[in-house]
Design a protein around this ligand. Structure first.
Ligand code: MRU
Length: 370
């Protein structure tokens, strides 16, 4: 996507030094556009852990490049065990988004085919690039498929505004490019469809207000930032035509983990007869589990993320306490929307019902014995 007229992905190999990975440091958005160079796998672990990079697809790509850096370091240390310990450390950074362990395992499988350090490094780099390129291509396809739904609503409304509600940031910043939930929106906008997006601010870290809104300002997408609890009211008054969210892990039966608060939007959408879609690349499916509420581990983060907010004051980014200092706070990162509340899944292969039958038909080759 373009930032100040220049094309960017969220992660890339540095042109001047192929042993360095560059990222957009998302902690400073929307107020500052900052890029960061990552030199070691430890730095990549920290970047994932501390949310310099975030979002399921991007975490996967970052883990892929992290393993590339780890392979270089392992060859210097002459230690394959080092590589294995880096794989474990990367997987432990963020537990809910399945793309992370998927990317690390894909790298491990590929790297073990290498017969020398040089070959292993080449394989790791190629695999990291492949993961990133696939992520971008899959999101592009999600856009092509998902736009059909927006087109239908637009036709029904005779070209009137299609109001879409989204939660958190499943935009290009959460992937390598295009985004999952945003890809159909970008595609609709490109095709001249009249769209407007309600952007949930998404407490506690406000990825909607800071990241999704920033993306939309850059791309010229009409949008309005709303507080997290406004969606139900808007739906009751006919101001939402559809909901599209991303996902961090989707079970083989179609239950979807996404940013905390998504489940409540799905309940409100069902109560108001509004279609609720989940957009995801296939790397976000967990083929080994069915029951999302029971089997998806929900990340709990530092309670300071609830107690403090960041914002711009006098041209400086400041951290502000919003609770009594001594109040305890709970910080559950995600919740699970059961498949029964999901109208359909939009993936790189098309749109399908959120049912085990439809998912396993679409991805027949992926299914292991459950
Ligand atoms: O905690 P984050 O910012 O990594 O959360 C991920 C998300 O942005 C959402 O849950 C998103 O909708 C998933 S799409 C990759």
């Amino acid at each position: 996507m373009k930032v100040q007229g220049k094309n960017y992905r969220t992660i890339w190999i540095k042109e001047e030094n192929h042993e360095v990975i560059s990222i957009i440091d998302q902690r400073y958005l929307p107020h500052r556009f900052v890029t960061e160079d990552i030199h070691t796998v430890r730095e990549m672990e920290q970047a994932i852990n501390d949310m310099h990079v975030r979002g399921a697809g991007l975490i996967g790509a970052a883990a892929g490049y992290g393993m590339y850096l780890a392979t270089i370091e392992a060859s210097r240390k002459n230690s394959f065990d080092f590589l294995l310990s880096c794989a474990d450390a990367l997987k432990a950074t963020r537990p809910t988004a399945v793309n992370l362990e998927w990317a690390v395992n894909r790298q491990l499988n590929a790297i073990t085919d290498g017969k020398s350090d040089k070959e292993r490094i080449t394989i790791a780099r190629q695999t990291a690039d492949l993961i990133a390129n696939e992520d971008a291509a899959y999101c592009r396809n999600i856009g092509i498929h998902g736009v059909e739904i927006i087109e239908q609503i637009s036709k029904r409304k005779k070209g009137g505004v299609v109001n879409i509600l989204t939660h958190c940031n499943a935009g290009w910043l959460a992937f390598v490019d295009y985004g999952s939930a945003t890809a159909p929106i970008y595609e609709a906008f490109e095709r001249g469809i009249n769209v407007h997006v309600w952007v949930d601010e998404t407490r506690p870290r406000n990825q909607g207000a800071s990241l999704t809104a920033w993306e939309f300002v850059n791309q010229g997408i009409p949008h309005t930032v709303i507080v997290d609890n406004a969606g139900g009211h808007l739906m009751q008054h006919g101001l939402v035509d559809m909901v599209i969210t991303g996902a961090d892990r989707v079970t083989v039966a179609g239950d979807a983990a996404n940013k905390i608060g998504t489940y409540l939007k799905a309940l409100a959408a069902r109560d108001n007869g509004i279609p609720f879609y989940v957009a995801l690349p296939s790397s976000t499916f967990d083929w080994n589990i069915r029951d999302g509420v029971k089997d998806i581990r929900i990340e709990e983060r530092n309670s300071d993320e609830v107690k403090y907010v960041y914002g711009l004051f006098d041209d400086d980014i400041k951290k502000v306490l919003i609770t009594p200092l001594s109040s305890p706070a709970g910080n559950y990162g995600f919740d699970v929307t059961p498949s029964r509340l999901i109208s359909g899944l939009i993936s790189e292969r098309g749109i399908c019902p959120a049912t085990e039958e439809a998912i396993t038909k679409m991805y027949a080759e992926k299914i292991h014995q459950l």
